[in-house]
Design a protein around this ligand. Structure first.
Ligand code: NAP
Ligand code: GLV
Length: 311
């Protein structure tokens, strides 16, 4: 089987090559700079694939995301829409995302972000404490990551949990809200809002001033989903108005975040360079290889997305 590795930077191919070589010597992985016959390519492994390549792959059988999200593939203007798209679902990434969300939640719960600002002013001022049972956390998206994050928060004593999804869920310990008509009720009075939605036409710009105004005053935002979920100017306004007291952001409308972007210098915002849950070829390659094997055997790949839903 022939695999083409298409990413925006080309980085990381050697790790996938190592893992493939260990597992199955019949798999050949090409980078865009290698000499390959486009008609012989069976599977694409993609992260932010540029346009111009897919139309040459006339015998492509599967497009496989190198991450859990697929928006970066769906936005490719000449994507082969009849070819199935699979994504990675890896416990290792759920664990990383749970750590990231727990870090942000503890920051807000223990007011570390407020004490950090006080330290910069040499200000010694203990604040009133929060209590787990009163501290309301809402998770937008209760899929692979959202449900893992909810479970980890619950295990860490955060029992006042709400989740918002498209369909109603029955998850022990989580109050489920479903659909646009219940978004306002979900958001009202939250102390922490965590976004773990896929980026779609329906979810773009969902993190906006109207939503922030529904939260508890001085709430805290955690966004490790996609940058375009957030209306960036609205975050600054919400911080200025006191709707939010801080935010932890991993993803941005433009990545890398431009050097002159105001978020860099805003002490109310903590940011990380899209590392909340990184794909690890050591753990993720097994399922990708299994999917390639399934393609070879004319079986449907696992973890396929529904292109009409965009996730
Ligand atoms: P997923 O399993 O596909 O789950 C998506 C969840 O969002 C589902 O619960 C779905 O509801 C809900 N949803 C989708 N559209 C909705 C809408 N219009 N209204 C209400 N709920 C909606 O996704 P995942 O694997 O958890 O990943 C979520 C996102 O995390 C990815 O798409 C990616 O963008 C991001 N991510 C970021 C990093 C990072 O390092 N920063 C790493 C990995 C992933 P239903 O359950 O009812 O369908
Ligand atoms: C990372 O952002 C992913 O989608 O895996």
């Amino acid at each position: 089987m022939n695999i083409l590795y298409i990413t925006d930077t080309g980085r990381g191919i050697e790790h996938w090559r190592d893992e493939f070589a260990k597992a199955d010597s019949s798999l050949t992985i090409y980078g865009l700079d290698d000499s390959y016959d486009p008609l012989e390519i069976d599977v694409v492994l993609a992260w932010k694939p540029p346009s111009g390549i897919f139309p040459t792959l006339k015998n492509l059988k599967l497009t496989h995301s190198l991450g859990m999200g697929v928006d970066h593939i769906i936005k490719c203007p000449d994507l082969l829409r009849d070819v199935p798209i699979a994504r990675i679902i890896d416990t290792d990434m759920s664990v990383q995302m749970s750590e990231y969300s727990l870090y942000g939640t503890l920051t807000a719960f223990r007011k570390f972000h407020i004490y950090q600002k006080q330290q910069a002013q040499n200000e010694w001022r203990p604040r009133s404490r929060n209590f787990h049972e009163d501290f309301k956390i809402g998770i937008l998206g209760l899929g692979e990551l959202g449900s893992a994050v909810a479970a980890s928060l619950y295990q860490n004593g955060f029992t006042n949990l709400r989740g918002w999804s498209k369909s109603q869920k029955s998850i022990s310990g989580i109050q489920s809200f479903a659909g646009d008509e219940n978004l306002e009720e979900f958001a009202t009075g939250l102390d922490v809002l965590i976004c773990l939605l896929p980026l779609t036409k329906e979810t773009i710009h969902i993190l906006n001033l109207d939503l922030f105004a529904k939260l508890n005053e001085g709430a805290y935002l955690i966004n490790p989903a996609r940058g375009e979920h957030l209306v960036e100017e609205d975050l600054i306004t919400a911080l200025d108005k006191g709707y939010l007291s801080g935010a932890l952001l991993d993803v941005f409308t433009q990545e890398p975040l431009p050097e002159d972007h105001p978020f860099w210098q805003d002490s109310r915002i903590e940011l990380t360079p899209h590392i909340a849950a990184e794909t690890n070829p050591r753990t993720a390659s097994e399922q990708v290889i299994q999917n390639i094997q399934r393609v070879k055997e004319n079986l449907p790949a696992l973890n396929l997305i529904d292109l009409s839903k965009e996730y």
